[in-house]
Design a protein. Structure first.
Length: 222
């Protein structure tokens, strides 16, 4: 079942799209604004994002793509050709001008999902000699013994593991885990990354897998 995240400020349209997509047997979640969309993209990993976008706020597309490399369909009341081009150049995979018919919308959704390679979400990822099962939320060592992680540690670790060798900015992690009101509380990340390294790294003082990029953020090196 494909996962679809619907993002938009119009409650009636969000609800209508959610019900329509659920009737077609998609797994659907909604977010009223880009900030909450980042949290959903970081923790839920949708197969498709449907973004109700007020132009020229094109940086929203880049923000969503920062957490999810899956395709984006943009809905907008703006229908000028140059604006559609700007949306596609910003990274969207399709553009639908409002108002639109439900049949057209569903056809576009099917087409985008059909031509998108399977995300192949890895369930088990190696961190050194440890095995992290993202689906079951478990970490096991070579002897099969469990390593306990807290919910916040999971929330930080999962986006790093799902985007190996990719820098994830501190602000993105803080917003996704604690909300926009904590976007500058970088000491939170230092504390929890230290705890994660103690649990996952063979030598926490010289980390090989959970890497800090000073002044920028963090990345996972397999």
């Amino acid at each position: 079942m494909s996962r679809i995240l619907v993002v938009g400020v119009e409650p009636q349209l969000r609800r209508a799209l959610r019900l329509t997509l659920q009737a077609q047997h998609y797994d659907v979640r909604t977010a009223p604004d880009p900030t909450q969309a980042l949290t959903q993209a970081a923790t839920w990993h949708p197969d498709l994002v449907v973004l109700d976008l007020d132009l020229p706020d094109l940086d929203v597309i880049a923000g969503v793509h920062g957490w999810s490399h899956r395709p984006i369909i943009v809905l907008s009341a703006q229908a000028e050709p140059h604006e559609e081009v700007a949306v596609l150049d910003a990274g969207a995979d399709d553009y639908i001008a409002k108002p639109f018919g439900i049949d057209e919308f569903l056809a576009r959704v099917r087409a985008v999902i059909r031509r998108t390679p399977d995300s192949g979400r890895p369930s088990i990822i190696a961190v050194g000699e440890l095995r992290v099962d993202l689906a079951r939320k478990t970490v096991t060592d070579p002897r099969g013994e469990m390593v306990h992680l807290t919910p916040i540690e999971w929330a930080i670790l999962e986006p790093l593991l799902r985007s190996p060798r990719t820098l994830i900015e501190r602000k993105q992690l803080l917003t996704a885990v604690w909300g926009p009101g904590h976007a500058t509380d970088t000491h939170y990340l230092r504390i929890y990354l230290a705890s994660l390294r103690h649990k996952l790294e063979p030598n926490p003082s010289r980390p090989r897998h959970l890497i800090t990029e000073p002044g920028m953020g963090y990345r996972f090196e397999p």
